[in-house]
Design a protein around this ligand. Sequence first.
Ligand code: BMP
Length: 215
Amino acid sequence: KNGVILALDVTDEKTALTVSREVAEAVDAIKIGYPLVLGTGLSIAEKLSRIAPVIADFKVADIPNTDRLICEHVFDAGCDAVIVQGFTGPDSLTECVKTANEYQKKVFVVAEMSHPGGDHFFTDSVSKEIAAMAKKSGAFGIVAPATRPERVKELRGVIGSGLKIISPGVGAQGGSAADTIKAGADWVIVGRSIYGSKNPREEAEKVKREIEKYI
Ligand code: BMP
């Protein structure tokens, strides 16, 4: 385990594949989202899945039936996991987890976001309630902010050791990889500071080395 997930928010296929191949050894998964999928099409997922497991960050947030239709597409496309919102409620979340289980895939639930406004609506009580709901639903893990390691620690307290925590906000958003892992995250999610650097592989290895003694 490296403890690093690449957030691949580039928008063309050539760069996406080149960067992914370069950093493959230093990361455990590649997170893709709207920027890349709208830029290249969902077929990029299958291509990337030959390089590393793919997490589809679509922050799915709809009624249960629509959520299921989205999750089916994501898993049929070769993604290993999907990121969903929890604020739509337990029935929507349960439908995502049920769909993932049928495919033997994973669901991560956003518990709190990393940007400055990310704790405006995701208040302490809301985040904790979403984290508790994620646990109850049988989700594989939650997303918690690397920009606020103290929140990672609090949310770890809510979910216990059974669920995984993946944390974006390292590097470009100012978060520290080591502090995030020390606070209880299992993986840090790193985008711009890796794919935007002159040497993505070196940058990914730097993050990996920074956290290896804590994972
Ligand atoms: P970067 O390291 O370039 O800031 O990228 C972080 C990635 O994680 C982006 O894909 C972003 O959409 C995502 N993300 C985030 O930054 N904060 C959150 O709370 C949830 C996210 O999915």
